[in-house]
Design a protein around this ligand. Sequence first.
Ligand code: IYR
Length: 222
Amino acid sequence: MTHDTLPLDFTELPEPEMRAQALAFFEAMKTRRTIRDFSDRAVPRDLIETAILTAGTAPNGANHQPWWFSVLGQGPLRTQLREAAEAEERAFYEGKAGEEWLDALAPLGTDANKPFLETAPWIIAVFAQRRGGPNPGDHKKNYYVSESVGIACGLLIASLHQTGLATLTHTPNPMSFLSEICERPKDEKPVMLIVTGYPANGATYPAHAASKKPLDQISDFR
Ligand code: IYR
């Protein structure tokens, strides 16, 4: 394929505005909390569609865009999803996780009970495509699949937060049942569930999650 180019549409901001925008985004993202108590209140589908379009802008390997978002609204599939996920979680919490992992989770207060899988208005099941390509029907090798899908999930979560919705990143393990429920092909790997909706009245979050590492514990400048 030829290497064609397009002129970049880049608007330079005055430095004070750069700083203000960066800080405003930081302030907004700081208020994001992973929650587990969801209301069953409906959320318009177009809000979810916009968040997925935002996720789809993520930088990715060779622009193959190696992701798929299967969106589950409320209904019988969700009961199936909850039953399958809770079965995996019971095995996890009853020993498969091991002591060290369970100790690390103790401050979060999580257990095998996942009512939000039925309650929340939308659940986005994220799949990573090992093969695909820039065009529909392509079956080429994909590159940097985990990195690409991870970045897309970050954008998806940031977008849902900016939309005014709460989210939960949920990763039952193993997740092969997700491929069946969502009818996705075997060469797509289920990566995570992003649960979204309004928080239930009186929703809480673990105090443990409130503490974020300061700059000098997450970066250095040389
Ligand atoms: N998937 C399990 C366990 C779990 C693991 C981690 I690491 C977390 O940060 C939270 C939960 C569950 O959802 O309960």
